[in-house]
Write a protein that binds this ligand. Structure first.
Ligand SMILES: Cc1cc2nc3c(=O)[nH]c(=O)nc-3n(C[C@H](O)[C@H](O)[C@H](O)COP(=O)(O)OP(=O)(O)OC[C@H]3O[C@@H](n4cnc5c(N)ncnc54)[C@H](O)[C@@H]3O)c2cc1C
Length: 482
C-alpha cells in the first residue's frame, strides 16, 4: 500500500477541510483524464485549484479506452488532418514526459485482396501519417510482402493476403495516466478528491460561484466556493449543464465502445494489428494486453446512462466474428471471453447525421449561461493540449494574465495506489486485475478490503461490505447483457 499522505481517512478529512475553508480560483468537476489534466495544468500555473470526482479518478470513459496514445490513423480517411497532426505531437510529448506510462507500439496492417481500403490507399495514408508526425515518430512505416507479414504474424489468415505494412503508435494505461495527473496536481497544491459527487451548483446573481456535493464515502455533504468552474464530466456533461440551467441543447453525443479480452495463445497475435472488420468494414485493433489479447472496439450511438453502460452479446459477437475472420485457427467463441467492458465516447454533439465512427474526435470549449466553462469531445491522447486551452480560457474568464503552460515539459510522476478508497479503485483502476481475470478479482477482494480497512480504520463489518460492494461493481462493469 502506498504512502499514508495520499490515502486514508486523515487525508480525506484534511482535504474536505481545505475544500470548506480555502478560497479557490478554479473548481474542476470530473476526474477523468480531461479534468485531471486541467487540474494539473491549473495547479502548475499557480491557480488555487480543487478537483472533484463523483466516483474514482478515471472510473468513467478514461478506464475503458483502447489505451492507445495515437495519432489516429483511421481519422485520415475522414480528412481530420489537423487532429492527426495535434495527436501526433501529443504522442511525442507524452512519450517524453511519461516514458514509464507511455510506450511505443508497432502495428502491423495486413492487406487483403478485395478489402475496402486498397493497399495503395493505406500506404499513402501511412506516408501522410509519418508526414503529419513531421517524421519524428519513434519509427516510420514500412511496406511488407505477404511472406514478411506472416513471418511476424504467422497466425493471420493467409487466403488473399497480398502484403502489409508496419507503423508506430504508442500504448498506455489510461487509468494510471489519469491518476499520475491527479497526483501531480495534488503535489502542486490542488485539493483533489475522489468519491466526492457534485450534486448542484451555487449560483448567485446569475454566476456560478461554487458547488454543493456529497462525500460518498461518509455521506457527509460539502460546499465549495470558486471563482471559476470547469465542467469536465465527459459523458455526464449534460447533467452538469442542467445544474447551470443549460438544458436546452445537448452538448454531448454518446457512442458506445466495447472491448473484449481473450486468451492471447488462442489468437496467436505477436504484436498489435490493425484490421478492417469483415462484418462492417470499420477499422479496428487486435492488441497485446498484459496477459490477454484485447479486441476492440465497437462504435455505436447510445442513450445508455454512463453509469450503466456495458457490453451486450451482439457487441461481443461482432468482435469475435471480426477477429475470427483474421485469425481462423482461433475459432473464438463467447466462452473464450475473459472480460468484456464498455465505455461511452463523449463526442461533441455536432453533425449527428454522420455515422459515429466518422464523427469528429475534436474537442470544443464553451461557456454556459452562468459562466461554467465546459469541455467536450477530444481523446485521451490530446488531453494535455485540451487542458492547456481550457486553463487559458479560465485565466481569461478570471481576468488574469495568461501564464505559460508547463505540462509539455515537466515529467509526470510514477503512480502507486494513490487516492484509492474502495476495492474497485485498486482492482479496476490502480491495477488491471479486474480486466485480466475471469473472476474479475473477486478472489482478491477480501485481502484488498482488509488492507483498505487498515488505512481507513474500518471494522470487520465495513470490510465485509466493501467486498459486497466490489461484487456489485464487477456486475455493473463486466456483465454481458443479452
Ligand atoms: C471504447 C473507447 C476507446 C477509446 N480509445 C481511445 C484510445 O485508444 N486513445 C485515445 O486517445 N482516446 C480513446 N478514447 C477516447 C477517450 O477514452 C476519451 O476521450 C476520454 O477518456 C474522455 O475523458 P473525460 O475525462 O472527458 O471523461 P471521463 O473519463 O468519463 O471522465 C468524466 C468524469 O466525470 C465524473 N463526473 C460525472 N459527473 C460528476 C459530478 N456530478 N461530480 C463529480 N464528478 C462527476 C465521472 O465520474 C467521470 O469520472 C476511447 C473511448 C472509448 C469509449
Amino acid at each position: 500500500m502506498t504512502s499514508a499522505a495520499t490515502t486514508g481517512a486523515l487525508w480525506r478529512t484534511q482535504s474536505f477541510e481545505r475544500l470548506r475553508t480555502e478560497p479557490f480560483d478554479l473548481l474542476v468537476i470530473g476526474g477523468g483524464i480531461t479534468g485531471a489534466g486541467i487540474a494539473r495544468d491549473a495547479a502548475l500555473r499557480g491557480l488555487r485549484t480543487a478537483l472533484l470526482e463523483r466516483d474514482d479518478f478515471a472510473s468513467g470513459t478514461s478506464s475503458r479506452s483502447s489505451r492507445l496514445v495515437h495519432g489516429g490513423v483511421r481519422y485520415l480517411e475522414h480528412g481530420y488532418l489537423h487532429l492527426v497532426f495535434e495527436a501526433s505531437r501529443e504522442r511525442r510529448t507524452l512519450l517524453c514526459i511519461a516514458p514509464h506510462l507511455v510506450r511505443p507500439v508497432r502495428f502491423t496492417w495486413p492487406f487483403y485482396r478485395g478489402a475496402r481500403l486498397a493497399p495503395w490507399k493505406v500506404v499513402a495514408g501511412l506516408w501522410l501519417y509519418d508526414l503529419l508526425a513531421l517524421f519524428r515518430n519513434v519509427g516510420q512505416h514500412k511496406t511488407l510482402s505477404a511472406t514478411r507479414v506472416l513471418q511476424t504474424e504467422p497466425a493471420l489468415q493467409r487466403t488473399n493476403l497480398a502484403g502489409g505494412a508496419t507503423y508506430w503508435d504508442a500504448a498506455t494505461d489510461d487509468a494510471r495516466l489519469t491518476v499520475a495527473n491527479v497526483l501531480d496536481a495534488s503535489t502542486h497544491g490542488a485539493v483533489v478528491l475522489n468519491h466526492a459527487d457534485v450534486t448542484d451548483l451555487v449560483i448567485e446573481n446569475g454566476r456560478a460561484v461554487g458547488a454543493r456535493g456529497v462525500d460518498r464515502m461518509s455521506g457527509t455533504p460539502f460546499d465549495v466556493r470558486a471563482r471559476g468552474i470547469v465542467n469536465a464530466t465527459g459523458p455526464w456533461t449534460d447533467t452538469v449543464r442542467a445544474m447551470e440551467g443549460n438544458a436546452t441543447k445537448t452538448g454531448v453525443r454518446g457512442t458506445k465502445g466495447v472491448h473484449i479480452a481473450v486468451p492471447a495463445e488462442r489468437v496467436g497475435n505477436q504484436e498489435a494489428i490493425t484490421v478492417i472488420s469483415s462484418v462492417d468494414q470499420r477499422v479496428m485493433f487486435v492488441l497485446p494486453g498484459a496477459t490477454h489479447t484485447i479486441i476492440g472496439t465497437t462504435d455505436t450511438p447510445t442513450h445508455d446512462s454512463p453509469e450503466q453502460v456495458r457490453a451486450n452479446q451482439a457487441d461481443v459477437n461482432y468482435l469475435l466474428d471480426s477477429a475470427n475472420a483474421y485469425f481462423p485457427a482461433a475459432r473464438l467463441t463467447p466462452g473464450d471471453v475473459v472480460a468484456a467492458w464498455a465505455g461511452i465516447r463523449p463526442l461533441i454533439a455536432t453533425d449527428t447525421s454522420a455515422p459515429t465512427a466518422q464523427a469528429s474526435r475534436e474537442h470544443a470549449i464553451a461557456t454556459g449561461p452562468a459562466g461554467v466553462i465546459q469541455i467536450t469531445g477530444g481523446k485521451l491522447t490530446t488531453y494535455r493540449a485540451m487542458a492547456a486551452q481550457v486553463t487559458d480560457a479560465v485565466q481569461r474568464a478570471l481576468g488574469e494574465p495568461r501564464s505559460a503552460c508547463r505540462t509539455a515539459d515537466l515529467p509526470l510522476p510514477p503512480v502507486g495506489e494513490e487516492f484509492a478508497c474502495t476495492v474497485a479503485d485498486i482492482l479496476v483502476r490502480r491495477t488491471s486485475t479486474a480486466f485480466d481475470t475471469r473472476d474479475h478479482g473477486r478472489n482478491e477482494a477480501p485481502s484488498v478490503a482488509r488492507r483498505l480497512g487498515d488505512l481507513f480504520n474500518w471494522d470487520a463489518a465495513r470490510c465485509g461490505q466493501a467486498v459486497v460492494d466490489y461484487a456489485t461493481e464487477v456486475d455493473r462493469l463486466f456483465t454481458i447483457d443479452p
